[in-house]
Design a binder for this molecule. Structure first.
Ligand SMILES: CSCCC(=O)/C(O)=C/O
Ligand SMILES: [Fe+2]
Length: 179
């Protein structure tokens, strides 16, 4: 199954709401791919023994993994972390997340700097390219369990916008040309 994504409005109302435009302006998987976003749908019920996940990790070099459960009762400093995740930022490496349960949204900027909201739920493995401006929020269900994957030792550093001076940002912008 495909990912659902759409352009969002600029309202400051509760970030957990879908914020769709009226009428809805969907974004296809192909358009996401042109921005460097990749997606796989896996069977999250068997993540501990899933040969498909094992193969993907081997092929992509995702040697590191941990699991984060984002809920007010499980995540220390829950509110602060949510605020941090929703600050527009980029990373020096790809962000690779496999949703094991629940739902959430990743927002990414398109080439014209417009926000696209990507809805992720159980079974979605999504990668955001290094250098893309993005943010993360819970949806109204307020629960997500995700596997965080990384090539080598994880670097959790988030560079809040403006971060245009980073080489990785310039590399990412250059990668969009002609796509
Ligand atoms: C689903 S993991 C929490 C979000 C996160 O780690 C991040 O970097 C969001 O951009
Ligand atoms: Fe991030």
């Amino acid at each position: 199954m495909s990912l659902e994504a759409w352009y969002i409005d600029s309202s400051d109302e509760d970030q957990r709401k879908p914020h769709r435009l009226q009428p809805n302006q969907p974004v296809s998987l192909e358009e996401l791919r042109k921005l460097g976003v990749c997606h796989w749908k896996l069977n999250a019920d068997i993540y501990e023994t899933d040969p498909e996940l094992e193969r993907l990790r081997k092929d992509q070099g995702y040697s590191y993994m941990d699991i984060i459960t984002i809920h007010k009762d499980t995540l220390p400093n829950y509110e602060d972390k949510l605020k941090m995740f929703f600050e527009e930022h980029l990373h020096l490496d790809d962000e690779i997340r496999y949703i094991l349960d629940g739902h959430a949204y990743f927002d990414i900027r398109d080439k014209e700097d417009r926000w696209i909201r990507i809805s992720v739920s159980k079974g979605d493995l999504i990668t955001l390219p290094a250098g893309i401006y993005h943010r993360f929020t819970m949806d109204e269900t307020n629960f997500t369990k995700a596997m965080r994957l990384f090539v080598g030792e994880p670097v959790w550093k988030a560079c809040n916008r403006p971060a245009d001076h980073f080489d990785i940002r310039q590399k990412y912008v250059a990668s969009l040309q002609g796509s």
